[in-house]
Design a protein. Structure first.
Length: 421
C-alpha cells in the first residue's frame, strides 16, 4: 500500500500532559454540587490533551468529528460587535480568532499526522472518525487515513455543498468541503433510519402516476430515503440565527446528521478542534456525552456559553498542563473594583453594578468557593443580538452559602474574579 512521505514524518512520541479541573458548570444549578466528569470541555493543545486522555479513553470514544485548520494560510478573526450592518464588513468590530498559517505543507502534515494517529487509538472498536477539510489538503489527508485506518475502512467521502459570494474570477467558484468518514473496524454504528430525508416531491408524483417508474421497485415513500454522499446545508451566514461570531462556524444541521448516523444516545462524541462548539452542542441536545478541546480561550468560552443556552447537562472545564488556583489569565479584582458586587441574603441574589464592568460578556457565581475548583451554580450571558447582561443572579440554595466567588469575562477576554464575604 503506498504511503505519503515527507521529511518530518515520524511515529508520534508521548507529550507530557496532565488535566487540571478548573471549574464545574451547572446550568442554572442543575446537578449542583456533584463532581461529574461525564461531559468535558478542555482548554489547551489537543495533542497534549489526547495523550493525557489515553489512560482513560483509549478505545472508548464512539464518534470523533475533526474540523482542523484547512492549510488555507489565512487568518480568521472573530466578530464581537453587535447591531452592525452586515453589508459593511469594513465596519465590523473584530477580535482574535484563530490562525491557519503554516511555513509549508510539511509543517501542516506534522501537525495533522500525530493527531489522527491518536484519534484512531481513542476510537472504540465500533467508532467512526469524520475528518472535515477542503481542497487545500484533503488529498493528503486521504492517504494518511488510508495508512492509519486501512483503505478498506473508508466509509464515505462526503461532499458538503453550500453557496455564497466569491471573489474568484479565474476559476470555478469553490463551494464545497470534503468530509472523510472512516470506521475503526468492520462493525460500526450507522443508524440509517435516523437520517432518512423526504423524497423529492417530483419523485413522489412520478411514482403516484406510474408503478413502473422504478423498474418494478416501489420505494417506501413515507419512510423517506437515505441521503446521498453530497449534502447541501447553508453556511452559518452573517444573519443566521446560529451565528456566534466565531470564524468558520459549522451549521448544526451538518453535525446533527453525522451524530445521529454514527452514534447512539449515551455514546461519547469528541471534537478535538471544537471551535465554536457546534459538535458538543448538538451532541448534548441529542443525549450524547461530549468531550471537546480547543487551544484558544475564545473557542472554549464560545462553546461554554452555547452549551448553557441549549442544555441543562453539567460539564467540567479542564486546563491542559495548567495548574494553580486561577486559570491562566484570570485576575483577582482589587478592593475598589469589588464594590461592583453585592449579595442580598434576604432575596438570595447577587447583584452586579454593570457600570463597573463595561463590555461584560459573561459572569457566574460559586456560592461556596473553596479556593481551588470553581463550581458555577448560576450564570449570566450577554445576548447575542441586543440587550445587556442580566445584572443579578439568584442563589436558591441559600443555606449552603459560605464564601461567594464571582467570575466575570469581558468581550475581549479580560477575566476577573472577586469574593463576597
Amino acid at each position: 500500500m503506498p504511503e505519503l512521505y515527507w521529511p518530518g514524518k515520524a511515529t508520534p512520541t508521548p507529550v507530557p500532559a496532565q488535566l487540571n479541573t478548573e471549574s464545574f458548570i451547572y446550568p442554572q444549578g442543575s446537578g449542583y454540587p456533584s463532581d461529574i466528569y461525564r461531559n468535558r470541555l478542555l482548554w489547551g493543545d489537543n495533542l497534549a490533551a489526547m495523550w493525557a486522555l489515553l489512560a482513560e479513553y483509549e478505545g472508548q470514544i464512539d464518534l470523533i468529528y475533526a474540523d482542523p485548520p484547512f492549510y488555507s494560510n489565512r487568518h480568521y478573526p472573530a466578530r464581537i460587535g453587535r447591531v452592525e450592518d452586515s453589508r459593511r464588513p469594513d465596519k465590523w468590530r473584530l477580535a482574535e480568532g484563530y490562525p491557519d498559517h503554516w511555513p509549508d505543507l510539511d509543517a501542516y502534515l506534522d501537525m495533522l499526522y500525530p493527531r489522527v494517529v491518536l484519534m484512531h487509538r481513542l476510537l472504540s472498536p465500533t467508532g467512526s472518525l469524520y475528518l472535515h477539510l477542503d481542497w487545500h489538503a484533503n488529498a493528503y489527508a486521504r492517504l494518511i487515513l488510508d495508512e492509519i485506518f486501512g483503505p478498506e475502512r473508508l466509509l464515505n467521502e462526503i461532499v458538503w455543498v453550500y453557496h455564497g459570494p466569491s471573489p474568484i474570477r479565474s476559476a470555478f467558484n469553490r463551494k464545497h468541503d470534503t468530509i472523510l468518514a472512516y470506521t475503526r473496524g468492520s462493525k460500526y454504528t450507522f443508524n440509517v433510519d435516523d437520517i432518512r430525508t423526504p423524497y423529492d416531491p417530483s419523485t413522489v408524483k412520478t411514482f403516484e402516476s406510474s408503478r413502473k417508474a422504478g423498474f418494478g421497485k416501489v420505494p417506501d415513500l413515507a419512510r423517506g430515503q437515505v441521503p446521498e454522499d453530497w449534502w447541501y446545508f447553508p453556511v452559518v451566514a452573517r444573519l443566521h440565527n446560529e451565528r456566534t461570531g466565531y470564524p468558520t462556524q459549522k451549521p448544526e444541521a451538518l453535525l446533527e446528521r453525522i451524530i445521529l448516523a454514527s452514534s447512539n444516545p449515551g455514546d461519547m462524541v469528541a471534537d478535538f478542534f471544537c471551535g465554536s462548539g457546534t459538535t458538543p452542542v448538538v451532541a448534548a441536545r441529542h443525549g450524547r456525552r461530549f468531550l471537546a478541546v480547543d487551544k484558544t480561550w475564545r473557542a472554549v468560552h464560545t462553546t461554554r456559553t452555547r452549551l448553557l443556552q441549549v442544555s441543562d447537562l453539567p460539564f467540567c472545564i479542564q486546563g491542559v498542563n495548567q495548574a494553580g488556583k486561577l486559570p491562566e489569565g484570570v485576575t483577582d479584582l482589587s478592593e475598589q473594583a469589588r464594590d461592583g458586587c453585592e449579595f442580598d441574603p434576604r432575596k438570595g441574589q447577587v447583584y452586579l453594578n454593570l457600570e463597573s464592568f463595561p463590555e461584560l460578556d459573561y459572569w457566574e457565581v460559586d456560592p461556596a468557593w473553596d479556593g481551588r475548583v470553581f463550581r458555577s451554580f448560576t450564570q449570566a450571558i450577554r445576548p447575542r443580538r441586543k440587550g445587556n447582561v442580566p445584572h443579578s443572579l439568584t442563589l436558591t440554595q441559600t443555606s449552603d452559602i459560605q464564601q461567594i466567588c464571582v467570575r466575570l469575562m469581558g468581550v475581549n477576554g479580560e477575566q476577573f474574579q472577586t469574593m463576597i464575604e
